[in-house]
Design a protein around this ligand. Structure first.
Ligand SMILES: [Zn+2]
Length: 321
């Protein structure tokens, strides 16, 4: 991936080295205070869809219940959009007791992540502008071990995640080492895919998908709720593919280099529910899937990448997935 020397995002909150729980005396209040309430700033796409130019039928497609919109009905304690299902048990305890010092390697990974984040800002700003909308970027929050979020305490063992309540992507850079070893997905573009997937959840939040899915999940059986989660996660994978197709360097070249897409696909496979369950427990329980199989995750990343069009990411109506 071509990233060296490219712009780094300034929408970054670097908490590396801070102690997880107690280090944030202001805790949740601090988080809420620094970030405006998500509800007020959201423009849910359902209204005004008619006035939009072509290419935004997604707004309609994703409306599972075809309900108009509502402001922020999600459970703020629900962490949305981790990279993979299974939680800490399948990932093993990677949370550290004491903060690791920032190292040269960590700083390089931070620079890389901030550059990827800037690329996502460029791409989604352009896509939103094309639809007559404004892209309000999320904040990349780098942390070590554990950190407070508006969705509860974030743990490194969860893997990277997005919290819609504070519109932040949370990333412990140590996950990238885990990605290369435990998930057998090395390479910078595997990492870029992970970040782009989480930003995909932010896009879902901006366009109202996240709230609609959260609402649809209520009152459903666990199995049905999981199935909805899978569709939401696969859409985030598709959005990551759309991003990969459209991301450009400052010279206007694609950021993609030979092998990059293979790296992303390896990562998509590595974090598939079936792969994770098979490895952690030796068998798979499809009803418990929350993120989709390895094959599905690869498929939807590819659909996004090959089309570069978010309208193709209609995982909610796709059958079969
Ligand atoms: Zn996700």
């Amino acid at each position: 991936m071509k990233w060296e020397g490219e712009r780094r995002s300034t929408n970054v909150d670097d908490r590396r080295g801070a102690s997880g729980g107690g280090g944030f005396g202001g805790g949740l209040g601090d988080l809420f205070g620094r970030r405006r309430s998500s509800g007020g700033g959201l423009n849910i796409p359902m209204g005004g869809a008619g006035g939009r130019g072509g290419g935004m039928s997604l707004w309609i497609i994703v409306a599972i219940g075809a309900i108009a919109w509502f402001v922020f009905g999600i459970n703020p304690l629900q962490l949305l959009g981790g990279m993979m299902g299974g939680g800490s048990s399948s990932l093993g305890g990677s949370a550290r007791q004491s903060p690791a010092p920032t190292s040269v390697e960590s700083d390089r990974q931070a620079a890389f992540s901030e550059t990827v984040f800037a690329f996502t800002e460029d791409v989604w700003t352009e896509i939103f502008r094309g639809a007559g909308r404004t892209y309000d970027p999320p904040t990349l929050t780098l942390f070590t071990g554990a950190t407070q979020t508006a969705c509860g305490t974030g743990q490194a063992a969860m893997g990277p995640f997005y919290c819609p309540a504070d519109q932040r992507v949370y990333l412990d850079l140590d996950f990238f080492n885990e990605l290369a070893t435990r998930f057998q997905a090395a390479g910078d573009f595997a990492q870029a895919y992970v970040i782009a997937h989480e930003v995909g959840h932010h896009v879902q939040t901006l366009i109202g998908v996240s709230t609609q899915v959260a609402r649809e999940r209520q009152g459903r059986s666990e199995e049905e709720a999981n199935a909805l989660s899978v569709r939401q996660e696969l859409q985030a994978d598709c959005f990551a593919g759309v991003w990969a197709a459209r991301a450009k360097t400052s010279k206007g070249e694609s950021i993609i280099e030979a092998g990059d897409i293979d790296e992303a696909l390896a990562a998509a496979a590595g974090v598939g529910d079936d792969t994770i369950q098979q490895r952690s427990q030796g068998y798979v329980v499809p009803e418990s899937f929350t993120h989709g199989t390895s094959a599905q995750r690869q498929k939807w990343f590819k659909i996004g990448f090959q089309s570069g069009d978010m309208n193709r990411c209609d995982t909610f109506n796709a059958n079969p997935l």
